[in-house]
Design a binder for this molecule. Sequence first.
Ligand SMILES: [Zn+2]
Length: 250
Amino acid sequence: MVTCQTNFALFCVYFNEVINLLLILIFTLGATLASCATCCAFRFCKNISAFVPRSFCDNCYHSLTWWQLLPILGWAIQKGKCHFCDRPIPILSTALESLYGFIFIWLFFHSANLFSFTLIAGLLIWLLVLSLEDQRGMEVSSFCLYCGALLFTLWASPQVWWTIKTSWLALLLFFGVCLLFEYHGQLGPADTICVLVIMLVYGFHFGCWLLLLASTIFLATHLHDAPQTRHAFLPSLSSSFIILVFFQIY
Ligand SMILES: [Zn+2]
């Protein structure tokens, strides 16, 4: 009896350790991908290659060493300032790294399977790159937009076929309305493509909820702005996707 209890206690300790290690790994994955997304968005906006040159401070242009690139830790070790020029490092990247780290952990334990987890995680990172680009320069890189759209449509092809088969008329009408909005300058092609991809993957209903929530967030955040001012819509869309995924409305 004593041996049995000891073995069970040991199993519990090991199981706890494995879960803790898994949590750290998933958090690191989310934080690292968010960090890459922030870097890619910055580079796409400045027409710099995503791979060359290596990461640098955007004030003094000094190349960053490996420990300065560590998600969250790099910022904390440098006390929020560039190691070379002392300029404060914007908190946005670190905040996004922390947020996406926690989102990934939540997703991992609430997704139906690994396929579902990787698909949502991939979509979140794709939307993050596009949102940051849209927020910064009111435009997104065609490569990232179209390659991402193609990748996710192929990745979730069984779900996409099902949505087309069951809601093709509604999709066509929706696409027509989006084109009308685009014609009148109320919507950009990137907004339409992102909504359509998510709609194809998660169904017409989900797409409608997403658009409704995104429009509400967009209106609430720009309520007091001048009517003619142009604003990025993708950050609202991205936030809405996180909220809907969080409440598992898919
Ligand atoms: Zn610097």
